[in-house]
Design a protein around this ligand. Sequence first.
Ligand code: ADP
Ligand code: MG
Length: 902
Amino acid sequence: MFEPDPALNLLPVGECHDDALQLQRELSLVRMALRVGRLGAWRVMLPERELVWSEQVREIHEVEEGFTPSVEEALNFYTPESSGRIREAFSKCVEEGRAFDLELEIISAQGRRRWARAIGEAVRDQRGGISYVQGAFQDISELKAAEQRMQESARELANTLESIAEGFFTVDRQWRFTYVNSEAERLLEKTRDELMGKNIWKVFPDASAQQFKAEYERAIAENRPVTFRQYYPPYERWIEIRAYPSADSLAVYFKDVTKDHVAAEALRASEERFRLVSRATNDVIWDWNIVDDVHWLSDGFLTHFGYRVEELAAEVRAWSDRIHSEEREGVLQGIQQVIASGEESWADEYRFQRKDGTWAHVLDRGYVLRDASGKAVRMIGSMTDVSERRLAEQQIAEQAALLDNAQDAILVTDFADTIIYWNRGAERVFGYSRSEALGQRSVELLKSERARHSEGYSELIERGEWSGELKKFDKGNREIFLHTRWTLMRDEAGQPKSILAIHTDITEKKKLEAQFLRAQRMESIGTLAGGIAHDLNNVLAPIMMCLDMLELQLPGEEDRMLLATVQKSTQRGAELVRQVLSFARGLEGKRVPFKPTHILREVHKIARDTFPKNIQVSHSASAELSCVMGDPTQLHQVLMNLCVNARDAMPNGGALHLTAENVTLDEVYSGLNPDARAGRYVMINVADTGVGISPEIRERIFDPFFTTKELGNGTGLGLSTTLGIVKSHGGFIQVASEVGQGTMFSVYLPATASEGEESAERTAPVRLPQGNGETILVVDDEESVRTIASKTLERNGYRVLIACNGAEAVSLYATQRNEIAAVLTDMAMPIMDGAATVVALKSINRALPVIGSSGLANVSGLTKPLGSDLNAFIAKPYSAEVLLNTLQSVLTKNESVLAAGA
Ligand code: ADP
Ligand code: MG
């Protein structure tokens, strides 16, 4: 009897009683269902293993209609793996009657891959043997593909969740973990197995007490995501969480932000600190964001400069515009340079305008912050108002300048006697510069008397000050007398700190005092001597008269000889008395016309008689010597003074030569000497071969009381008296001197001619010989002489070349020998002296006329070794007349020599 399958039991079968018909109907229904469900059926008959398949199965395999393969052939349509499984399942089904259900991969006749599901079971006959195996077959390719896609996307999702850097988990509505990624495992310090399916609050009981639970519940209740940050004490971590609720679960992303949190916290704290510091400090703190040009200034800005920070634009200009215009460029350039050069810090001082318009001096320092590439992005710095300090510095500088202006030497020493301050006055008085003196021991540097110093010290310590006179030595080892005041300087605590010493140089005063005393003594000696001389005259006068009478009364030869001796001695005595009287009478004198010749002779005589015998004295005077108007006694004194000086200058002997001659001075000459006027003079020279006068003291020798001689030997009054007398006669004095060679004093006294002479002079002025455009090389180390000589020569028809020393002269001559007609050279010069110069010039050209000149010519041996090398010699100072005459004579002589040679 046909038993309908309960699964198909849909049909109202009650009305059908024909079994066969019923079966027919049921079968067609099944077929329909199979078609709709795209199900195929198959059967393999046993033992023949003959395969029958339905239309659908054929279609799945994509074989032609009517083709029915054998079982073996059909198996070829499967991948080896699938066919293996079918074989196994099939044989188990045939042998043991076990049903199978397989998913198989087909490679269709068209080569397409498909998936199919095959169900099979064994069908037995009445005897229980298996007569065939049959089953259903379904194309599940689409299903399979969808499943694969799903698996893939699940895998992708899992991959994504695994690969994100954050922790991720999901929990269901019962708070059970349903997914945990590996980052979550790491952060939660639990494995997936420990978590999956477990209740989150059971695993992490501490978390339920925290914000976590409340936030998750809120997310679920309000059905929206929540984000929060929470500290989780068991792990000592800050955790940032985002939780997304969905219908049946909660997805949670979370990460460890402990580091960020700490950094952010630290930054916040440091910004806070920065703010507090900038408020607390007296300075103005600034922060310049270079990239955006935002300039922030601290509150100090208000207190120092009067601006409210809000008043100023937050640009750097707001600051730079207020810098003094003279300094602005420099300041900004300095900053740019620091930024460009990669340096770290910048500093400058400038004037900055306050709100009230006044100027503040500020010291500004900044640090440059750079990004990783080294680009400057920010500068932070501070402005310090140094106006007060500047003011103080200025005051100190002014005070120091005042101290420097002081004539006195002002110095400060510490208690170890180290010099810590040294003013200009000290430089002047002691000759040591500030840098030489600072750091030295004062007692050693100035060679102070230690005993005297210690005395002063004890009193200084006791009373806080001391004053007295000290003797010290300057850099040139010159003795200096000082009036000194010492003051003890104390520090703020009142402790003695240093010693302020103010020294007044009283050396000159001391000397003046001494010299004044001596001069007074001399004066009284003079008066006394004058008195004695006067009395002696009275004593001598009757002796001389008696002698004349005795001569008559005692005619004997022997008596006369005796008398002559007495007479000579008496005359000597009378002469001496006259000397003493002329000395004692002083400057005031009568004016009479006289020829100085006999005074010259007289002085010569005294010198010869009284000076040491190793001094040779000579004199010469021109025969037509003019008269001068004056006091012969005073002129006598003048010459005596000069001779005594000459004697003193020749302690080891030498030569003293007195000369007198007429000279005419022109305007050129007088223009160069303020004391000289053009005109006719009598020139008296006193020349010695002594030690000479060094240039350093040349200026001072005429000063009263200036002397280089030891106490008792000199008064320093000789030359000053001499100059006074000469000036009172309308004359002047010139000095020529070379150290080690000798000195010549030239006394010029205006000449007074007799009436006739004078008019003749006026009507017939001296005719000077003129040059013819010849070039003369003038060599002299003294500028005044060069000028006189060249002016004189140029005025009188010559051209002039000038050399300042011998070397220059020789090189000039070597290059311009064809132009130079003659050379006029000084004989005493530094570098290359006259003699060497003449020899060098003559070696270039033997025929070159050379005129030597010197202020010391008469006495020094300068010209002697030259022999014939020198064509002529003229003594300095020479007049135009002498120079031009000499020049003309050497030039004409030379011409005749050349002519003779030719
Ligand atoms: P005193 O002879 O008393 O020193 P003077 O006024 O006569 O005073 O001379 C001043 C100084 O000039 C001398 O001390 C000396 O240094 C210097 N002096 C003067 N004449 C000569 C000379 N012929 N040679 C070298 N030095 C001289
Ligand atoms: Mg003298």
